[in-house]
Design a protein around this ligand. Structure first.
Ligand code: SAH
Length: 379
């Protein structure tokens, strides 16, 4: 905190009985043992991250005006980068609003609240969103297991308007479909937007295998940019149906194919069969969900890199990503390198990236930069 970090861990404060008795999510003034004020935050005696700072001003009022300022600041960042209103509008600490994620699908907002402190502030937050964005629909997707760390229950419900079954996502000139109610996360993985464009730029006249394709994020853009054939693999039928619908809507259904399969099983099968693709994308769900899963997850990333390299054509490109914040960028890259090396293929790392600018990272929480993406050219 002295250096400007926005979190206080429970073992860093004097847990007095009075403090322990505070209701989860209470607003507090945070100060050092020497009385030096750090600012205004919220507190949860049940959480390992006991307090999160909302403002460096110890007298700050956390009201509608506070949220209006934060949301407007976040909005202007997105408007600087994106022409259309489809992006992550609020990325928690990166936007000065710990415990809050908001994804924007034009006039539909999907909110995800992960802390008791933010949950207690829904009313002024909602009024501020009305004033800055005036959305037609707001949905609370408060069903992420991260809430359990704050002893919050899991639920999903509309906050304003009805639950729209499907919404359109306009991105890189493609129209995708997202399922806000039953879909994964908040319905769309906005974080890969720039990576999709980078990979698709290589696709003209080539073939692509999009492993863990979800709604067709990588493959549909590649097809739209002239890929000869794009094949998507996913284990979720609803994700595949959305990808298929979007292929039709974008006029690329004749060169796209979506297959329901387990990624590892299908990669083994394609590899054994000797099938290869000019571009292979593997963007899996988090393999390291908790720190204790690090070794098992690291092995899974290595195995995925190996199997994906096997089906990458000579001279082709291999894109590997990890969205696990519990594995470091260095370790992930080391596992990918080891997996590719096992195939005996020559490889060059040609690009390293992360999430787009609508996922800003607080400079003192570099570990929250969860998305790691590596693009290799294989020999
Ligand atoms: N690349 C996608 C996002 C991938 S998210 C995009 O650009 O939007 C991870 C995806 O992996 C999810 O769609 C999930 O359904 C799928 N998945 C999870 N486990 C899987 C498995 N064992 N085999 C295949 N797909 C799996």
């Amino acid at each position: 905190m002295r250096a400007g970090a926005p979190w206080v861990f429970s073992n860093e404060i004097e847990m007095t009985p009075a403090l322990k008795a505070l209701a989860p999510g209470s607003l507090v003034r945070v100060e050092g043992g020497d009385g030096r004020p750090f600012g205004t935050g919220y507190f949860n005696p049940a959480s390992l991250i006991a307090a999160r700072l909302l403002s460096p001003d110890p007298e700050s009022r956390i009201d509608e005006a506070f949220f209006v300022e934060r949301i407007s600041h976040a909005l202007s960042l997105r408007q600087a980068f994106f022409e259309t209103p489809f992006y992550r509008l609020i990325h928690a600490e990166g936007d000065g609003l710990p415990g809050l994620v908001i994804d924007r699908f034009d006039d539909v907002l999907v909110l995800q609240i992960t802390t008791a402190g933010m949950e207690a502030l829904i009313a002024p937050l909602q009024r501020a969103l009305e004033s800055v964005i005036a959305p037609r629909v707001m949905i609370l997707r408060n069903d992420t297991p991260a809430r359990l760390l704050e002893k919050l229950d899991l639920y999903a419900r509309p906050l304003k308007g009805g639950m729209p079954p499907h919404v359109v996502v306009e991105e890189n000139g493609v129209r995708y479909f997202a399922d806000l109610e039953g879909g994964q996360k908040t319905g769309w993985y906005f974080d890969q937007r720039f990576n999709r464009a980078d990979v698709a730029a290589l696709a003209r006249g080539h073939t692509m295998l999009d492993v863990y394709c979800h709604g067709g994020g990588f493959s549909l853009l590649a097809a739209k940019r002239g890929a000869r054939e794009a094949i998507g693999i996913d284990s979720s039928q609803s994700a595949l149906s959305q990808a298929e619908e979007a292929a039709t809507a974008n006029g690329v259904s004749s060169n796209c194919k979506f297959i329901k399969a387990d990624a590892f099983v299908e990669l083994e099968r394609l590899g054994t069969q000797g099938d290869v693709f000019d571009i292979v994308v593997a963007d899996p769900p988090p393999f390291v969900k908790a720190r204790k899963d690090l070794e098992a997850g690291a092995r899974a990333y290595r195995r995925l890199a190996r199997l994906a390299a096997v089906v990458t054509a000579p001279g082709g490109f291999l894109f590997l990503a990890s969205c696990s914040h519990n594995i470091s960028a260095e370790r992930f890259a080391a596992e990918c390198a080891a997996g590719i090396a096992r195939t005996g293929r020559r490889a060059a790392l040609v690009r390293q990236s992360g999430a787009g600018p609508d996922h800003p990272v607080h400079p003192l929480l570099p570990e929250t930069a969860y998305l790691k993406a590596l693009l290799y050219r294989l020999g």
